[in-house]
Structure formats: C-alpha cells, structure tokens
Design a protein around this ligand. Structure first.
Ligand code: NAD
Length: 425
C-alpha cells in the first residue's frame, strides 16, 4: 500500500489563521450595514473530503486524500485552482479558497471562491498514475463541478495536461463536451492564448504601477523571486523584458544570486536539463536563508504560503514585496514590513492576472469565439490596472495598508452580494 503521510495537525504558520487575521484587520472598517454578515467570511460554505484510490504501475493500490472547498458562492460559481503537493491539508485548501473569494471580488470577476487539492507528490507518480489520480479525483468531486457551478484551474503541481484530463473526465461522465468546466486548458482544446503567462504578467503590471507610485521604474530595478514555476518563471522573464534585473531566484532545490542580473531564459533551460537552479550560467549558489537578505528593489514570493515570516521580514532588503504566491506573508511579517515602511502588494491584487485570464477563457468557451493574444493581454492590463488604481486610492484616502484596502473592497462586494440575495430560506 502506498499512502502519503498525514501531516501533524497544524503546521506553523497556518494559512487559515493568516486569512482569519486578515479578515479581522478589515472587519471594523467594513460598512456597518454589512457587519451582520461578516461571519460568512470566516465559514467556508462547503468542504468536500474525498478518498482517491488508484492502481499503481506495479499493480499495488494507493490511497490519496483530496479536497474541494467552496468558500463562497455569493458572487457566482466557485473558481480557483487545484494543487498537488505533499503538504496539502483541509485548512490550507480552505484558506486558498477564501483568498479566491476576496481576489475575484477585488478585480470584479463574476465568481465566488473555491480551491482543490490532493495530498500527493506528483513527481513520484508516473504519467499514467497521475492521469488515473486526476480522473478519479475529478469523478469524486464531480458532484460539485460544472461550468456554472465550480471551475478549477492549475495551481502548484498541476498544469494544462491535468486540466485536460479533468475536462475529459467530466465530459465523459456528462455525455457531452464541456469546455468551460476548467480553465488553464491546452490551446488545442478550448484554452486561451496568454493563460500560461497571465499570472506573471499581472504581477509585473501591478509591480510596475506600484514602483511608479514609490518613485522608481522597472528598467534597472533589482528583483528577487522565490519560486521558479508557472508564476515565478513567467514573471522573471517579463520583468527582464521590461529592463529589470533578476538578481536572485530560489526554488525548492536551492538559491542562486547574480548582482549583475540573471538571464531567466538561460536559467529555465538549465533548470529543465539539470532539475535544479545551482550551476546555471552567470550566477552563484547561495544558502537558502541568504536569499531573504539579497539587496533588491522588488521581492516577489512565488512559491508557497507562510514563506515570508516575521524573522525574514526583519532581514529583507527591498522597497516593496509583491505577492505572486497566495498567502506568502504571515501576519507578523506584515506588521514588521509596515513598521519598516516596506510596501506590500497583496496576493488578492498582485496575482489576480491568472484568474482574470481564466475568466476570459471561460467566456471564450461559452461563446466558442477565441481571441487574439494581444486582446487577452490588453484586457488583462485594463482589469488589473483598474483594480490597482481603486485599491491604491482607497489605501491613500483611508491611510491603511494595501492589503486592508483590497480586503475592504473585496469583502464589501462579497457581503453586499450576500445581503442583496438574502438568506435562504
Ligand atoms: P508551480 O508548481 O509551477 O511552482 C512552484 C515553485 O515554488 C517551484 O519553482 C518550486 O520549486 C517552488 N517551491 C516550492 N516549495 C518551495 C520552498 N519551500 N522554497 C522555495 N521554493 C519552493 O506553482 P505556481 O503555479 O507557480 O504557483 C506558485 C504560487 O503562486 C502558489 O502560491 C500559487 O497558489 C500561486 N498562484 C498561482 C497561479 C497560477 O496561475 N498558477 C495563480 C495565482 C496564484
């Protein structure tokens, strides 16, 4: 029997605790008329835990635990990624679903918030095992899925192939092709141009606007990035295209540093060949803890939640933190960064480019009319740019951090929808 170990009850820092602290910070600022509904933000609407048994290539059976959480459906169908990682827990998926609720509202997308996960190390499965795991998981959570019910997308450890298997499994079970049941699909079967770079593109667009407000621009700016996957790699490449210098990168295999700038394309090539960052041309390996004190203008966490801890926040040497990852900054670190006058651009704004282009994909699937990539990118910049302006102006006006301003906008929209729809029955 193969099975992932069940992690100890609550890893520190816990993502759900971080989310609750963020809600707590905004609650007193919400309009009085919405106060009776605040508790709905603290209670995920629906959580499904499933056993995912699969046959391994050697003939044995393995069981994996999977989740799908719909945190809120007040503003529309559930929307949020699917994570395959050995550290996935129910409370982590709850937090990730809740952040999707707030994010979708901040950028004004017609969605609620949802997230899924399976506690598995996908790198330890063969392609055939991964396909069987995905199809069984998709069938188990099928009771929740649907283009107008709940729409997954890629997250850590999943990709467009996994989305294709989910789309096919759901379609087989329904007896008809249903393109809009997932986003982040391959272009050949209902995906959209621009989706794979969308989260990174959104981060760069938001970072550029924030930098201009702080009095600097991207050309020549030094960037340090934790995570070199879908989000981190695309952002590194796009930052470099804007003339910025990527001076440090960390992933789960280690950290590299080059004060003169790293070529992200060469780093990607090296990573694909060597399966690690160390040894890439033009950069030197550094100890992982040193990554956090590399002098830079923009620090971009793009790996997992809880990475920017209070202790690390005291050592960072940057002007702003732009959250590519979901929940990377602990509440303690947020307080330290505020005290140190380091601007934090929150995940619910900074990485919203991904779900924005997922929304475009869903719209294109419904209309069966597909856009040019430049149209996708122009509309992405418009939506995240408008959201940035709104959040920035509110933060200035109320003299509050950007995260609190974003939560004030997002949570107000969610609770207004809840209040307007009324409580059933
Ligand atoms: P990914 O699996 O493609 O990449 C994750 C990266 O993080 C990898 O480079 C991995 O090596 C690194 N990593 C993992 N654990 C680490 C550790 N302990 N220390 C250092 N590096 C570590 O995942 P992704 O899709 O790029 O997602 C990254 C983050 O961005 C997650 O928080 C995710 O929820 C968030 N996000 C993703 C999207 C999207 O469209 N994929 C959208 C919005 C937010």
């Amino acid at each position: 029997m193969h099975a992932m170990p069940i992690p100890a009850q609550r890893a520190e820092p816990d993502a759900w605790d971080t989310y609750l602290a963020q809600v707590q910070a905004v609650a007193p600022l919400l309009p009085k008329a919405l106060h009776p509904y605040i508790e709905t933000l603290r209670r995920p609407k629906r959580s499904l835990i499933v056993d995912v048994p699969i046959r391994m290539d050697d003939g044995s059976y393995a069981h994996f635990e999977g989740y799908r959480v719909q945190h809120s459906l007040s503003r529309g169908p559930g929307k949020g990624g699917l994570r395959y990682h050995p550290g996935v827990t129910l409370t982590e998926v709850q937090a990730l679903a809740a952040w999707m609720t707030v994010k979708n509202a901040v950028v004004g997308l017609p969605y609620g918030g949802a997230k899924g996960g399976v506690r598995v190390d996908p790198k330890r499965l063969s392609r055939a095992e991964l396909e069987r795991l995905t199809r069984r998981y998709a069938s188990e959570i099928g009771v929740l899925l649907g283009p107008d019910r709940d729409v997954p997308a890629p997250d850590v450890g999943t990709n467009e192939q996994v989305m294709a298997w989910i789309m096919d499994t759901y379609s087989m079970n329904m007896g008809r092709t249903s393109l809009g049941v997932v986003t982040g699909k391959p272009i050949s079967m209902g995906g959209t141009l621009g989706r794979s770079d969308a989260t990174g593109r959104g981060v760069v667009a938001i970072a550029q606007r924030t930098a201009q407000k702080l009095g600097f621009d991207l050309p020549g700016a030094r960037i340090a990035i934790q995570g070199f996957g879908n989000v981190g790699e695309a952002a590194a490449r796009l930052f470099a295209e804007h003339g910025a210098k990527v001076v440090a990168v960390q992933d789960e295999t280690g950290s590299v540093h080059a004060p003169g700038g790293i070529d992200p394309v060469a780093l990607r090539r090296h990573q694909a060949e060597a399966q690690r960052l160390a040894g890439a041309p033009g950069c030197a390996p550094i100890p992982n803890e040193e990554f956090w004190q590399v002098p830079c203008d923009i620090l971009m966490p793009a790996a997992l939640e809880g990475q920017l801890t209070e202790a690390r926040a005291r050592r960072v040497a940057c002007r702003m933190v732009v959250e590519g990852a979901n929940g990377p900054t602990t509440p303690g670190a947020d307080a330290v960064l505020l005290e140190r006058d380091i601007t934090v651009v929150p995940d619910v704004l900074a990485n919203a480019g991904g779900v924005t282009v997922s929304y475009f994909e869903w719209v294109q699937d419904f209309s069966s009319y597909f856009w040019r990539e430049e149209d996708v990118n122009v509309n992405l910049e418009r939506i995240v740019g408008d959201a940035f302006r709104h959040v920035w102006e509110l933060a200035e006006e109320r003299r509050i951090p950007l995260r609190t301003a974003a939560y004030l906008i997002g949570c107000s929209r969610v609770l207004e929808a809840h209040a307007t729809r009324g409580l059933y029955p």
